[in-house]
Design a protein around this ligand. Sequence first.
Ligand SMILES: [Cu+2]
Length: 363
Amino acid sequence: MEYLPVRGLTAALVLSISCAASADPSIAHDAETTRADSHAPLGVMGDHLHLQGEWMFSYRYMHMSMQGNRSGDERISADEIVTTQANPFFGAPMQPPTLRVVPTEMNTDMHMLGAMYAPADWLTVMVMSSYIEREMEHITYAGGAGTTELGRFTTKADGIGDTSVVGLVRLFDRGNHRAHLHVGGSLPTGSNTERDTILTPLATTPRVRLPYAMQLGSGTFDLLPGVTYNGGHQDLGWGGQYRGTLRTGDDNGYSLGDAHELSAWLSYQVRPQLSGSMRIKYHTLAQIDGIDARIAAPVQTADPDNYGGDNVQLLFGLNWAGQSGWMAGKRIAVEAGIPLLRDLNGPQMESDFVVTAGIQISL
Ligand SMILES: [Cu+2]
């Protein structure tokens, strides 16, 4: 791999070189790979292609924090949930008329490993898998009614998540405008039968199958279509992406809802090796279709209707790209986001904060 001597040159010069050389894609791309902003903000998956024969390996760590509950776009307290929300399992043995267990906090940590390889300039193949750790805290209210707290408990699940295989197919690459399609899917390598011990309103502590939100995989083969556009002019960069997650079939009696995600971002190159970004992300998820007969408890997360909704997030990121010597081909990036809008099929836990940090190494 060759690198143009961009160090010390102004961004405008780098850009004019890559524009002038755009008839020769290898030169154009090499100029781009040394710009921090030639990769989108870190949370955007499959944002770039590689040159024929290039490999890239990446590690991303993501933490998501959820606190409190929401129904529609309004917050709802634990006391309100157990006095106003019907238990869909009421009528079955030992099932009270209203919900009696409320999740109060959830933390998700994901370690994502990815590999990219380009068999041709117009095609990059991306494989990604993850190790997921989920933890959820709950309050259990005593008996069949009222707001007397019986106790609190935490459930945990960890293990391998689903594995995605996606081909990124170049649509066009003209001057400062590039776009590609995403064609691929997700294999159900993550478990959806994780179990842990809970505290029931009758003070028993059975070990049960955990609700959908705590499971590690979708259980289904999912299609992952998408399209990404990247553009730039001098120190400014911009881009947009659509990605879908479309479930096929079902597993254990259900399938998770389809998801659609739209992102638009702007970046500013401070130096060739450093850029900052701002991104707005819209994510919509449908309710769960069907039900797992082994997930039944007077808790909102056991009800397939209490899944999905609309989220809008505002995210800020930094990209750093090594320029020469042993740092060439290495990148570090971070992106963190806060919610702007949450409209949830509730009651449901709300997402409050998400941060992703990662390293990428090209060979
Ligand atoms: Cu890559």
